[in-house]
Design a protein around this ligand. Structure first.
Ligand SMILES: Nc1ncnc2c1ncn2[C@@H]1O[C@H](COP(=O)(O)OP(=O)(O)OP(=O)(O)O)[C@@H](O)[C@H]1O
Ligand SMILES: [Mg+2]
Length: 260
């Protein structure tokens, strides 16, 4: 009887501990996110902690105009990146329509919140399509409403540097070849055009490049795909030229991508 009672008491203690630690987490979470996000977003994040892949959320690693990226831990202690799109940026609304219209995978919407949800879904789907084709991108893990969960590229909550922030001497022809190899896979195997590819949206982790920020990527059959592809290739060639490499001209890179 005494033993049974002890066991019950211990169980109750554990339960209280769990509630306490959950409450701590909730407070942390509110501290981190309450200022920027609306109730619906915070609730969706709770859902992901209660029944989803997230264990806890740490601070923001990047606060942009359109999204915040947080470092988080998954249920098995793995690092995660949680990208939350803001539901309040009007400019963003205007700029994202052109990437949704003309893509048979998604419906345009007048409702701004729905449009942002579509955008998060679109980034998730693009990442999945690229990842499945062997393009190095953060592994997509979960998407709900305006929240995208993916593999964290970096260490101990510090994101890997972007190509932009690498030191001059680190930008080698090996990095160039890696970028071109990934571009080839993205275009030919995944059938996608990134549409915002530049030194800002490529991370370099353990000597390997990762394409990030895929919300605006479109199918290669999209009516604007050729325009976006030329722009992407132009950005990359300009960057590598500026860094003292001697890349081919953009036209021949595009011909190579098309195997013409
Ligand atoms: N999977 C990831 N792992 C680690 N850090 C990441 C990850 N995804 C994004 N980041 C960090 O967040 C930054 C912004 O991410 P991203 O480019 O996807 O968002 P964005 O809204 O387009 O921001 P920006 O307008 O600054 O480009 C990246 O430069 C990188 O530092
Ligand atoms: Mg970006």
């Amino acid at each position: 009887m005494g033993e049974e009672y002890d066991a019950l008491a211990r169980k109750e203690e554990l339960r209280v501990d769990r509630i306490r630690s959950k409450r701590m987490k909730d407070e942390d979470l509110f501290k981190t996110v309450e200022e920027v996000f609306d109730v619906k977003t915070v609730m969706a994040l709770y859902q992901m902690i209660n029944n989803g892949p997230i264990d806890r959320v740490f601070g923001a690693v990047k606060a942009g105009k359109e999204s915040r990226v947080y470092w988080a831990k998954g249920k098995s202690g793995e690092d995660l990146a949680v990208k939350i799109y803001l539901t309040s940026s009007m400019e963003f609304k205007k700029s994202i329509r052109q990437y949704i219209q003309g893509d048979p995978r998604f419906k345009d919407s007048r409702d701004y919140r729905k449009l942002i949800y579509t955008w998060a879904q679109k980034e998730f789907k693009n990442l999945s399509q690229a990842y499945g084709a062997g393009v190095r991108v953060p592994k997509p893990i979960h998407v709900s409403q305006n929240i995208l969960v993916m593999e964290f590229i970096g260490e101990d909550g510090v994101p890997a540097p972007t190509l932009k922030s690498l030191a001059e001497g680190e930008i080698s022809s090996r990095i160039y070849e890696d970028v071109m190899g990934m571009l080839d896979r993205l275009y030919r195997d995944a059938g996608l055009v990134h549409a915002d590819l530049s030194e800002y949206n490529i991370m370099v982790h353990q000597g390997k490049v990762y394409f990030i920020d895929m919300g605006q990527a479109v199918l290669s059959a999209h009516p604007m795909a050729d325009v976006f592809l030329s722009r992407d290739v132009g950005n990359l060639i300009r960057f590598f030229e500026k860094k003292g490499l001697n890349p081919p001209d953009p036209e021949s890179v595009i011909k190579w991508l098309r195997r013409q």
